[in-house]
Design a protein. Structure first.
Lengths: 114, 115
């Protein structure tokens, strides 16, 4: 069982919809991450939150909007997505944002854009 | 920019045998960390093993061990006594030391285990 919980596991949405992905961890980790992973490719970093503040935004389009309401919860708000945004979205957390801290991943949300 | 290269897109191994997955990286940093992650079809990325660049001793976790050659910038993963559950995509990853640094992944090696 994963200690990083992502919901929903699957999401199908139209290009005009608004939806949110949710990620939760109760390990006391203070850094949380969103990754996008296309089929047969490695994960690509989207955002990093450290102590509930956005510390890295890898030039992600504004149709993706992250939110960190508290140290245990990370959301990714989606609006007006494009078909090329269909992918597996992985959340991860680590004790801190330092390079030595291993990241623990959730099972991901598989997103399909119609 | 740091890069991670996995030159073997696919590998296969007989059950109970040993297999080595290759990884090289390019960096000018002296403070960094290297990781191997496993991603089975169930999708979850699972940390297999971690190596600190400042440590000369190779990391070991049960059946998994690494051969860390710092001068050659090589970080291979050896899986001993391979099991069917080891079948997965394996990603080598690099992370610079300090805070708020991204995890840079290689393209992955798909490992098949033959019964």
């Amino acid at each position: 069982d994963t200690e990083v919980t992502q919901t929903p596991k699957h999401l199908v949405m139209g290009m005009t919809n608004k939806k949110s992905l949710k990620c939760e961890q109760h390990m006391g980790h203070r850094a949380m991450y969103w990754y996008k992973q296309k089929a047969k490719k490695p994960p690509e970093l989207m955002f990093v939150y450290s102590y509930e503040k956005l510390s890295i935004n890898e030039s992600v389009p504004s149709r993706f909007s992250p939110e960190c309401p508290n140290s245990s919860l990370l959301n990714l708000h989606l609006h007006a997505l494009q078909p090329e945004d269909s992918a597996l979205y992985l959340c991860a957390s680590s004790q801190g944002a330092g390079g030595s801290q291993p990241q623990h991943f959730g099972d991901g949300t598989r997103l399909s854009i119609l | 920019a740091q890069t991670v290269t996995q030159s073997q897109p696919e590998m296969s191994v007989q059950e109970a045998e040993t297999v080595t997955l290759s990884c090289t990286y390019d960096t000018s940093e002296s403070d960094y960390y290297l990781f191997w992650y496993k991603q089975p079809p169930s999708r979850q990325m699972i940390l297999v093993i971690r190596q600190e660049a400042y440590k000369q001793q190779n990391a070991t976790e049960n059946r998994f061990s690494v051969n860390f050659q710092k001068a050659a910038k090589s970080f291979s993963l050896k899986i001993s006594d391979s099991q069917l559950g080891d079948a997965a995509m394996y990603f080598c990853a690099y992370r610079r030391g300090g805070g708020n640094t991204p995890l840079v992944f290689g393209k992955g090696t798909r490992l098949s285990v033959i019964a």
